[in-house]
Design a protein. Structure first.
Length: 227
């Protein structure tokens, strides 16, 4: 089926066309949930332009996907910022930011899966997009504040950021992939998973590392009996 021919853009409207191309790409990512399933041809059909018109704005598909994913992370950061109370304690902000992350993923499953999925371009730009995103930097800063406040053990925050992120990403991805499971209150279970990860790290800080499972049970009993 032929796509409707797009009227020639007015001089100076190249930025508008670029924005339309990215919007179309995001719509296709939302539908498919996979960057691999989106082609330059499909984007062109949706916008009503030929592939050469797209290549005037993006060197290749990888660059186009990166631009679309960057905007997904911008929207994610906006959602996290809206859920963040600057007056709250760092640990409360960690919880609120984690819940905002999960809610965004569940509200935008296709784009979220595409943005965090297994697409591999020709270079490290995807890594740069993720680690340089406002959402990642915002949460990293909150973890550092929790360390500075003595809530979490002081040290290099990046490993902890990745571990806490894994908890949020894990429960969000599982609920997206298996929506038919009897999850119950999705907010409640996400809150519990995030709390388990965060407070679990606090307990491990007390234990000074990850103990043998049986040793961990013994020490937890000692802590409970000593309260």
């Amino acid at each position: 089926m032929m796509c409707p021919r797009r009227e020639r853009s007015a001089r100076g409207s190249g930025a508008d066309l670029r924005a339309e191309i990215i919007t179309a790409t995001r719509e296709l990512l939302a539908q498919t949930g996979s960057a691999d399933s989106v082609s330059i041809r499909d984007v062109g059909k949706r916008v009503g332009v030929t592939a050469p018109s797209i290549y005037r704005h993006f060197a290749d598909k990888d660059e186009l996907i990166d631009a679309a994913v960057a905007l997904v992370f911008e929207d994610l950061d906006t959602a996290i910022a809206a859920a963040t109370d600057p007056a709250a304690s760092p640990v409360t902000r960690m919880r609120d930011q984690g819940l905002a992350y999960v809610r965004f993923a569940l509200d935008h499953p296709g784009e979220y899966q595409a943005a965090t999925g297994g697409y591999r371009g020709n270079g490290p730009s995807q890594v740069d997009v993720v680690l340089g995103s406002g959402a990642f930097q915002r949460f990293s800063a909150t973890v550092r504040e929790a360390m500075d406040a003595g809530i979490l053990r002081t040290g290099e925050p990046m490993p902890l950021v990745f571990e806490l992120w894994s908890a949020a990403h894990g429960i969000a991805s599982l609920m997206i992939a298996k929506p038919y499971l009897p999850w119950g209150d999705r907010d409640a279970i996400a809150d519990r998973v995030l709390a388990s990860s965060c407070f679990g790290h606090m307990v491990l800080d007390i234990f000074d590392g990850v103990p043998d499972p049986d040793e961990g049970v013994r020490r937890m009993r000692e802590l409970r009996e000593g309260r």
